[in-house]
Design a protein around this ligand. Structure first.
Ligand code: HEM
Length: 142
Protein backbone atom coordinates (compact mmCIF):
# COMPACT_ATOMS: atom_id res chain seq x y z
CA UNK A 1 0.00 0.00 0.00
CA UNK A 2 1.41 3.45 -0.92
CA UNK A 3 2.37 5.68 1.99
CA UNK A 4 0.50 8.96 2.16
CA UNK A 5 2.91 11.81 2.84
CA UNK A 6 1.50 14.97 4.33
CA UNK A 7 2.67 18.08 2.47
CA UNK A 8 3.20 21.44 4.17
CA UNK A 9 3.92 24.73 2.46
CA UNK A 10 7.02 26.60 3.74
CA UNK A 11 4.57 29.32 4.82
CA UNK A 12 2.54 26.88 6.94
CA UNK A 13 5.69 25.40 8.47
CA UNK A 14 6.96 28.86 9.38
CA UNK A 15 3.99 29.33 11.70
CA UNK A 16 5.33 26.65 14.08
CA UNK A 17 8.17 28.81 15.31
CA UNK A 18 7.97 28.74 19.10
CA UNK A 19 9.31 26.59 21.96
CA UNK A 20 5.74 25.36 22.56
CA UNK A 21 5.18 24.50 18.90
CA UNK A 22 8.49 23.90 17.19
CA UNK A 23 8.83 22.55 13.65
CA UNK A 24 11.98 22.42 11.56
CA UNK A 25 12.76 21.47 7.97
CA UNK A 26 15.75 19.24 7.23
CA UNK A 27 16.38 18.01 3.67
CA UNK A 28 12.84 18.82 2.55
CA UNK A 29 11.25 16.91 5.44
CA UNK A 30 9.21 18.57 8.18
CA UNK A 31 9.89 17.60 11.83
CA UNK A 32 7.82 18.46 14.88
CA UNK A 33 10.56 18.53 17.53
CA UNK A 34 8.51 20.24 20.27
CA UNK A 35 8.60 17.18 22.54
CA UNK A 36 12.30 16.57 21.88
CA UNK A 37 13.60 20.02 22.80
CA UNK A 38 14.26 19.14 26.48
CA UNK A 39 16.08 15.93 25.52
CA UNK A 40 18.26 17.35 22.74
CA UNK A 41 21.95 16.84 23.67
CA UNK A 42 22.82 20.08 21.85
CA UNK A 43 20.32 22.03 23.97
CA UNK A 44 16.88 23.41 23.17
CA UNK A 45 17.91 26.99 22.31
CA UNK A 46 19.88 25.98 19.22
CA UNK A 47 16.81 24.24 17.74
CA UNK A 48 14.39 27.01 18.80
CA UNK A 49 16.64 29.47 16.94
CA UNK A 50 15.74 27.72 13.67
CA UNK A 51 12.10 26.96 14.56
CA UNK A 52 9.76 27.23 11.59
CA UNK A 53 12.72 27.40 9.19
CA UNK A 54 14.90 25.22 7.00
CA UNK A 55 17.58 23.97 9.41
CA UNK A 56 19.38 21.64 6.97
CA UNK A 57 22.62 23.62 7.07
CA UNK A 58 22.68 23.94 10.87
CA UNK A 59 21.78 20.24 11.28
CA UNK A 60 24.58 19.14 8.95
CA UNK A 61 27.09 21.58 10.48
CA UNK A 62 26.55 19.94 13.89
CA UNK A 63 27.83 16.64 12.40
CA UNK A 64 24.98 14.52 13.73
CA UNK A 65 25.62 10.80 14.22
CA UNK A 66 23.76 7.93 12.54
CA UNK A 67 21.88 7.44 15.82
CA UNK A 68 20.70 11.06 15.73
CA UNK A 69 19.52 10.63 12.13
CA UNK A 70 17.64 7.45 13.04
CA UNK A 71 16.05 9.19 16.03
CA UNK A 72 14.90 12.19 14.01
CA UNK A 73 12.75 9.93 11.78
CA UNK A 74 10.31 9.53 14.69
CA UNK A 75 9.62 13.29 14.65
CA UNK A 76 8.88 13.54 10.93
CA UNK A 77 5.34 14.82 10.26
CA UNK A 78 5.55 15.28 6.49
CA UNK A 79 7.37 16.97 3.65
CA UNK A 80 7.66 20.45 2.23
CA UNK A 81 5.21 20.98 -0.64
CA UNK A 82 7.43 21.49 -3.71
CA UNK A 83 4.69 23.14 -5.77
CA UNK A 84 4.93 26.93 -6.07
CA UNK A 85 2.39 29.01 -4.12
CA UNK A 86 -0.83 29.81 -6.09
CA UNK A 87 -0.80 33.11 -8.00
CA UNK A 88 -2.82 35.99 -6.51
CA UNK A 89 -6.50 35.95 -7.66
CA UNK A 90 -7.33 37.72 -10.93
CA UNK A 91 -9.44 40.90 -10.60
CA UNK A 92 -13.16 40.07 -11.06
CA UNK A 93 -14.44 40.85 -14.56
CA UNK A 94 -18.12 40.70 -15.59
CA UNK A 95 -19.23 37.90 -17.89
CA UNK A 96 -18.56 40.08 -20.96
CA UNK A 97 -20.42 42.58 -23.15
CA UNK A 98 -20.43 46.36 -23.23
CA UNK A 99 -21.31 46.81 -19.55
CA UNK A 100 -18.11 45.13 -18.48
CA UNK A 101 -16.03 47.23 -20.92
CA UNK A 102 -17.63 50.42 -19.57
CA UNK A 103 -17.21 49.40 -15.95
CA UNK A 104 -13.58 48.49 -16.69
CA UNK A 105 -13.05 51.95 -18.22
CA UNK A 106 -14.72 53.65 -15.26
CA UNK A 107 -12.69 51.67 -12.77
CA UNK A 108 -9.43 52.35 -14.56
CA UNK A 109 -10.14 56.10 -15.12
CA UNK A 110 -7.76 58.42 -13.31
CA UNK A 111 -7.84 62.24 -13.67
CA UNK A 112 -4.89 63.49 -15.76
CA UNK A 113 -4.34 66.26 -13.21
CA UNK A 114 -3.05 65.41 -9.75
CA UNK A 115 -5.86 65.71 -7.12
CA UNK A 116 -4.16 68.60 -5.29
CA UNK A 117 -4.26 70.67 -8.53
CA UNK A 118 -7.89 69.90 -9.37
CA UNK A 119 -9.11 73.13 -7.72
CA UNK A 120 -7.01 75.17 -10.22
CA UNK A 121 -8.80 73.42 -13.10
CA UNK A 122 -12.18 73.93 -11.37
CA UNK A 123 -11.45 77.66 -10.87
CA UNK A 124 -10.39 78.05 -14.52
CA UNK A 125 -13.60 76.34 -15.70
CA UNK A 126 -15.68 78.59 -13.39
CA UNK A 127 -13.99 81.79 -14.64
CA UNK A 128 -14.47 80.70 -18.27
CA UNK A 129 -18.16 79.94 -17.57
CA UNK A 130 -18.76 83.35 -15.96
CA UNK A 131 -16.96 85.10 -18.84
CA UNK A 132 -19.07 83.31 -21.47
CA UNK A 133 -22.31 84.06 -19.55
CA UNK A 134 -21.36 87.72 -19.15
CA UNK A 135 -20.49 87.91 -22.86
CA UNK A 136 -23.84 86.44 -23.85
CA UNK A 137 -25.77 88.84 -21.59
CA UNK A 138 -23.82 91.79 -22.93
CA UNK A 139 -24.38 90.81 -26.57
CA UNK A 140 -28.17 90.38 -25.96
CA UNK A 141 -28.50 93.84 -24.42
CA UNK A 142 -27.03 95.47 -27.49
C1 HEM B 1 15.04 16.08 14.82
C2 HEM B 1 16.10 16.88 14.91
C3 HEM B 1 17.33 16.59 15.75
C4 HEM B 1 17.70 15.45 16.40
C5 HEM B 1 16.94 14.12 16.51
C6 HEM B 1 18.99 15.73 17.02
C7 HEM B 1 19.69 14.83 17.77
C8 HEM B 1 20.93 15.05 18.31
C9 HEM B 1 21.72 14.07 19.01
C10 HEM B 1 21.29 12.62 19.29
C11 HEM B 1 22.88 14.66 19.35
C12 HEM B 1 24.06 14.00 20.09
C13 HEM B 1 25.23 13.81 19.14
C14 HEM B 1 24.89 12.86 18.01
O1 HEM B 1 24.48 11.73 18.26
O2 HEM B 1 25.03 13.31 16.86
C15 HEM B 1 22.82 16.03 18.88
C16 HEM B 1 23.82 16.94 19.05
C17 HEM B 1 23.79 18.21 18.56
N1 HEM B 1 22.77 18.79 17.84
FE1 HEM B 1 21.08 17.90 17.33
N2 HEM B 1 19.36 16.98 16.72
C18 HEM B 1 18.37 17.56 15.94
C19 HEM B 1 18.36 18.81 15.39
C20 HEM B 1 19.35 19.73 15.54
C21 HEM B 1 19.37 21.03 14.94
C22 HEM B 1 18.28 21.57 14.00
C23 HEM B 1 20.51 21.64 15.33
C24 HEM B 1 21.02 23.02 14.98
C25 HEM B 1 20.25 24.04 14.71
C26 HEM B 1 21.22 20.71 16.18
C27 HEM B 1 22.43 20.96 16.78
C28 HEM B 1 23.15 20.06 17.52
C29 HEM B 1 24.46 20.33 18.08
C30 HEM B 1 25.24 21.63 17.95
C31 HEM B 1 24.87 19.17 18.71
C32 HEM B 1 26.20 18.94 19.40
C33 HEM B 1 26.11 19.09 20.86
C34 HEM B 1 27.45 18.82 21.51
O3 HEM B 1 28.09 17.86 21.12
O4 HEM B 1 27.79 19.60 22.37
N3 HEM B 1 20.48 19.57 16.29
N4 HEM B 1 21.63 16.23 18.26
Amino acid sequence: MPTIVKLFSPQETSQHDTREDCWIIVDGKVYDVTEYLDDHPGGDDIIVSVAGKDATEEFEDAGHSKTARELMKSFCVGEVDPSPPPPPPEPQVNSGGTTSVFSQLLLSWRPAVPPQQLWVVAAAVAVAGVTVAAGLLYSRRK
